[in-house]
Write a protein that binds this ligand. Structure first.
Ligand code: CA
Length: 697
């Protein structure tokens, strides 16, 4: 009898012990994060409450079926809390949420764990990226997000590390250096976890690197495989048969310039086909005439790759821009969906890369189904559906002409995520209308540590004075943005909403609604069917990141990480003010007031004596463009996340030499120019800043 009594007693104690832990407690976080694995991400559509991976599911559709917030009540959507990330640099992250525990990344690759129920910090992780890495990031020290797997949080850092953190405590579990630090690689991309492996690429093709992406065992950090997207030096053994095949499409000595093809954003996964889809970046340098004289498609630049996640072998590829020469990356958001096209159900992959064509591919075979202009395009007439290749215009390669080309290097669509709503059948594209002149750059020399154009960039384009100039009256002269609702089956725009500035935030779709915030800091909800605006909320800072939605204790929330910056915004502000990066969370009936931030911009130009002669100032202006403009923008053009030097204080000007040559602000990301600028050059630049601030130019 005795053992039975003991047993029932144990059961009673046992059941009281298995009472659910308090939400937000370490036990709770352990419980809800330790069970996240590939099958749970595969079940994302059956469990809409959480947001477990960057694009919400492996299809990366950014569509949530949650419908507590709908067209009838979205007017009651209000703020419930905000959390200050404590930094002024750009915020691009999509937070992940599991049962009310939120993980997101901020500038300088910091990671934050927040308790959605309270709007408070659980832990913060700072990878302590050296400030000197700031100048290697073409497009600000941003980060787009983390990945979750079996109690671990993964972050790729600006200085090229992949780090696994304990989801409960934020402690480092493993850390791997994924790059050769003698080259200007950085990471801004959100990792994805596929078949137990963390997939991560990198950035740097503007400066001159060789692109690749790698798979690491999620639990141990051991590298499983690496896929090089462009061939290296052909006198050395090729790493894989795929890169050996690619080498046949290159000429000249491309490997000396890196070649490019960096993988810095898009991934998607089809677990049934067991194919990992990756978008690759532009050539390095951009200009194929310099990179691969004699031509060639230059595989696998600007391509969509379908890869076996077990060994990194290539199943198929589709190159959107053969012989890439314009910074037309195909790293843009990839969405997988099942569409009925000409009466047949097709498993498709969709992308709106920079080159201005919206692509629909069969994701099993890689066959091109359609490619249509979603913005004004003049570099190609069309894409030939038989060959899958663009029909380029006569001036597209700017060899004998300085040509205005559309879109430009900013693209018809940049990294900001789209969304696909299976109910409306529409893809919502945060598009941009752009054009720029492209021409040859006489006397271009590649210098991986120098300043070919500006601050280490090596695009290899310019203006050849001997060539005629070809403008295009139809090309958009002033860049602007548009939210485009695109029908991928009918291959046409259904509706659009114009924005005054080219770069705006990413997109979220729910059954009835589209959510997007813009550069002006206005967060709107639109009807998915018509684009009618039915709700808005004004932030005091511009927005780049996409919103997300999830349930906590049965209540639907919407979160968006706000913080202006990035490649376009790092030296300007479009919104009415600027404040530190902040996470905002909304729910129906929310009535918390916005945080009362002072405007972080300054607007009183410095007025100190200028001693340089007009001739010296002319030289100084050129030095400023080469060394300062890319980050600080024009002197007096407006204070942004990276300061406009017109508004520096007298105290800062007194420190000028120590800042520029001595590196006293290195940890803030201000490079040290000792050895790159002479004392005289540095002083000339100072004179240019003072003279321009005075003029108010
Ligand atoms: Ca680029």
């Amino acid at each position: 009898m005795k053992p039975i009594i003991l047993l029932s007693l144990t059961m009673a104690i046992g059941s009281s012990c298995t009472k659910a832990p308090d939400k937000g407690s370490p036990e709770h976080i352990q419980q809800v994060t330790s069970t996240i694995d590939g099958s749970r991400i595969m079940q994302a559509d059956a469990n809409q409450g959480d947001w477990l991976s960057y694009g919400r599911n492996y299809s990366e559709d950014r569509f949530s079926t949650l419908d507590q917030i709908d067209a009838s009540n979205v007017a009651d959507l209000g703020l419930v809390w905000s959390y200050n990330l404590g930094t002024k640099r750009g915020v691009e992250a999509t937070p992940l949420v599991v049962d009310g525990i939120m993980y997101l990344s901020g500038p300088w690759s910091k990671v934050f764990a927040l308790d959605v129920r309270k709007g408070t910090l659980i832990w913060e992780f700072d990878p302590k990226v050296p400030g000197a890495y700031g100048e290697k990031a073409c497009c600000d020290v941003v980060n787009r997000g983390v990945a979750l797997y079996k109690g671990l949080v993964f972050i790729g850092t600006i200085d090229g590390r992949l780090i696994a953190l304990d989801a409960v405590t934020g402690e480092v579990k493993w850390e791997e250096l994924t790059i050769d630090r003698t080259y200007p690689y950085t990471i801004t991309q959100a990792p994805r976890v596929v078949e137990g492996k963390v997939i991560i690429g990198n950035s740097g093709a503007e400066y001159g690197v060789r692109g690749y992406f790698s798979a690491y065992d999620a639990l141990t950090g051991e590298m499983a495989w690496r896929f090089y997207t462009v061939p290296g030096d052909p006198s050395l053994p090729f790493e894989t048969p795929d890169v050996e095949a690619a080498a046949k499409t290159w000429n000249g000595e491309w490997w000396k310039y890196g070649g490019g093809g960096t993988v810095w954003d898009a991934m998607a996964y089809d677990p049934e086909l067991k194919l990992l889809y990756i978008g690759t970046g532009n050539g390095s340098p951009w200009n194929r005439e310099l990179r691969s004289p004699g031509g060639g498609d230059n595989l696998y630049l600007s391509s969509i790759l379908a890869v076996n996640p077990d060994d990194g072998s290539l199943a198929w590829y589709y190159q959107t821009t053969p012989g890439e020469s314009w910074d037309f990356t195909a790293t843009q958001h990839i969405i997988l969906a099942d569409l009925e096209i000409e009466g047949k159900k097709r498993k498709v992959l969709m992308q709106a890369p920079k080159n201005g064509f919206f692509y629909v591919l069969d994701r099993e075979s890689g066959e091109l189904i359609s490619a249509d202009k979603y913005v004004y395009v003049n570099w190609a007439e069309k894409v030939d559906l038989e060959t899958g290749r663009p029909i380029e215009t006569s001036f597209a390669r700017y060899v004998d002409v300085n040509a205005r080309l559309a879109p430009n290097y900013d693209g018809g669509h940049n990294w900001m995520p789209m969304a696909f709503n299976p109910n409306t059948g529409l893809v919502y594209i945060p598009a941009t209308h752009t054009s720029s002149f492209y021409g040859q750059l006489p006397n271009w020399e590649f210098n991986k540590t120098g300043f070919a154009w500006p601050l280490g960039w090596n695009p290899g384009i310019g203006n050849e004075p001997a060539n005629p100039r070809r403008d295009d009256p139809l090309a958009p002269k002033e860049p602007k943005g548009e939210l485009i609702a695109w029908d991928p089956v009918a291959k046409r725009k259904v509706w659009g909403v114009d924005y005054p500035t080219q770069f705006n935030g990413g997109v979220l779709s729910t059954p009835e609604l589209i959510f997007q915030a813009n550069a002006e800091g206005i967060f709107r909800a639109y009807l998915a069917t018509t684009g009618e605006e039915i709700w808005k909320f004004e932030f005091d800072a511009g927005v780049l990141a996409p919103p997300l939605t999830y349930l906590v204790d049965g209540v639907q929330y919407i979160t968006i990480a706000v913080g202006w910056g990035g490649g376009f915004g790092k030296n300007s502000v479009v919104a009415k003010a600027m404040h530190p990066g902040t996470v905002y969370t909304f729910a129906l009936g929310g009535s918390t007031p916005k945080p009362d931030y002072p405007d972080a911009r300054r607007n009183v130009p410095i007025d100190l004596p200028v001693t340089a002669t007009p001739e010296e100032l002319a030289e100084a202006a050129g030095l400023y463009v080469n060394y300062c403009h890319l980050c600080h923008g024009g002197v007096g053009s407006g204070d942004g996340p990276i300061p406009d030097l017109a508004f520096s204080t007298e105290e800062t000007h007194n420190m000028y030499r120590d800042i520029v040559l001595g590196g006293v602000f290195l940890e803030k990301g201000m490079p040290k120019f000792d050895g790159r600028l002479t004392e005289e050059q540095a002083e000339l630049i100072h004179q240019h800043i003072l003279a321009s601030a005075r003029k108010g130019s």
